[in-house]
Design a binder for this molecule. Structure first.
Ligand SMILES: [Zn+2]
Length: 115
């Protein structure tokens, strides 16, 4: 069984400390605020993939990674639209926000609100 992320607020906090640079449409370089390592993140409509260790271990049938690097890239993209994202690991908690929801894999749910 695929492992699920159970610490959405940790992921969200880490994602805020990364530096995101857009390379091409839907392609980003994300520099970790902790290790200073740079990862490639490709975004699709339902999340994205990442070259970090977690991202490379995603199951064969779903390559999406809900790591902090993908969350950082999605937040970067949301900011361009004047929005800001929050991360949740429980669907009930996400639904209580009454905001647009996006399930990005690994059990992680993002909501977005106008900034
Ligand atoms: Zn990653």
């Amino acid at each position: 069984m695929a492992r699920l992320i159970a610490n959405a607020k940790d992921i969200q906090g880490k994602s805020r400390r990364h530096t995101v640079r857009q390379i091409r449409p839907n392609w980003y370089k994300v520099k970790s605020g902790e290790s200073q390592r740079v990862y490639d993140v490709a975004l699709g409509v339902n999340g994205g993939t990442c070259t970090c260790e977690w991202g490379r271990q995603r199951p064969e049938n779903d390559h999406r990674s809900a790591c902090s690097h993908v969350v950082a890239a999605i937040n970067y993209r949301a900011i361009q639209d004047g929005r800001r994202i929050s991360a949740w690991d429980s669907e009930e908690a996400a639904q209580r926000q009454h905001r647009p929801m996006l399930k990005i894999g690994d059990g992680l749910i993002l909501t977005s609100r106008l900034n």
